[in-house]
Design a binder for this molecule. Structure first.
Ligand code: 13P
Ligand code: SF4
Length: 310
């Protein structure tokens, strides 16, 4: 089947199912072009929370589909590929977090979890953050509590730099963003001296230091649109470039390289294809299912986040 026929079939299935297609900024171009909404984790959470569709086809990774299901227990949430996980989420298994909290009960931690984590970790947390609202939410955390920030130590240390609030950090990271290095970004900056460097906060401190702006994927759109520069070096997953080029066609976007390649793909995000999205809507599978006790507990910190960042 050629791509346009497949896209037509997906749109037809979407109508039949009364479905909405939500896609993260890192998805392949064909999926971004077909989606009802494309955005960052925060925008996607708001869209998932307010949709009146019966089915949510979530084109992103597993924890994103889970988040949609947590706030929509009565809806069917399908994802194109059940194996589309996340190295960052995997770096903090709920059993390890529970054991750590038990062993450190005297600290009475206020647990702040980056949304890139499993439902089980969300269920152990007090509030969720995304890269788009982390600073604001950490600033609102109770002043008399010790904070444990999980699972991304790079985002956590960036938030500490921004807010001055001390936090204990889980030692997780994103395997894509830690591939950018001071050397690889330093070289591309020298090659394009007039370009602004825009980096995701999951990058290491050494890379963040080279950036003109550190922000969520959604904020990258407004920053590049509103900043008086013609060229930008984008230091995040390669899918981001599709959206930037589509929405800001008159500017130049240069993929930030790693030491090994010219740009960075997340192997999990790239597991999703139009074919799998089609089959997901046709079969209503693979479907996200979460035990109700975990879902109900995980909904509390997500709701708190949505209220705090409104
Ligand atoms: P954003 O919320 O900024 O889109 O980031 C999600 C993500 O997975 C980054 O690797
Ligand atoms: Fe997870 Fe990194 Fe992929 Fe984002 S880019 S989904 S943090 S592995």
């Amino acid at each position: 089947m050629v791509a346009t026929d497949l896209a037509e079939e997906i749109l037809e299935l979407k109508r039949e199912r009364n479905a909405v297609i939500l896609a993260h900024n890192y998805q392949v171009r064909e999926i971004q072009e077909l989606a009802d909404y494309v955005g960052d984790s925060l925008g996607l959470s708001y869209h998932a929370a307010k949709t009146d569709a019966d089915v949510i086809a979530f084109c992103g990774v597993h924890f994103m589909g889970e988040t949609a299901k947590i706030v929509n227990p009565t809806k069917t949430v399908v994802i194109p590929d059940m194996d589309a996980g996340c190295s960052l989420s995997d770096s903090c298994p709920p059993t390890q977090l529970a054991a750590f909290l038990d062993a450190n009960a005297a600290k009475n931690y206020y647990v702040i979890a980056y949304i890139n984590c499993s439902a089980g970790v969300k269920a152990l947390s007090d509030v969720i953050v995304t890269s788009g609202n982390a600073t604001r939410i950490v600033e609102a955390a109770p002043a008399d509590r010790n904070i444990l920030f999980v699972p991304d130590q790079n985002l956590g240390s960036w938030v500490m730099e921004q807010t001055g609030r001390k936090m204990d950090l889980w030692r997780g990271n994103c395997y894509v963003h830690i591939e950018f290095t001071r050397a690889s970004i330093g070289r591309i900056r020298e090659a394009y001296p007039d370009a602004k460097v825009v980096a995701h906060p999951e990058c290491t401190y050494a890379v963040r230091l080279l950036a003109d702006e550190v922000c969520s994927t959604e904020k990258m759109i407004s920053y590049c649109r509103d900043t008086a520069a013609d060229a930008f070096i984008i230091v995040t997953e390669s899918g981001m470039l599709h959206r930037l080029r589509r929405e800001i066609p008159d500017k130049t976007f240069i993929p930030g390289p790693t030491d090994a390649c010219a740009c960075a793909d997340c192997r999990y995000m790239k597991m999703n294809t139009l074919e799998k999205l089609h089959d997901g809507l046709l079969n209503l599978s693979p479907e996200i299912v979460i035990p109700e006790d975990i879902r109900a507990r995980a909904a509390l910190p997500i709701r708190r986040m949505l209220e705090l960042s409104r």
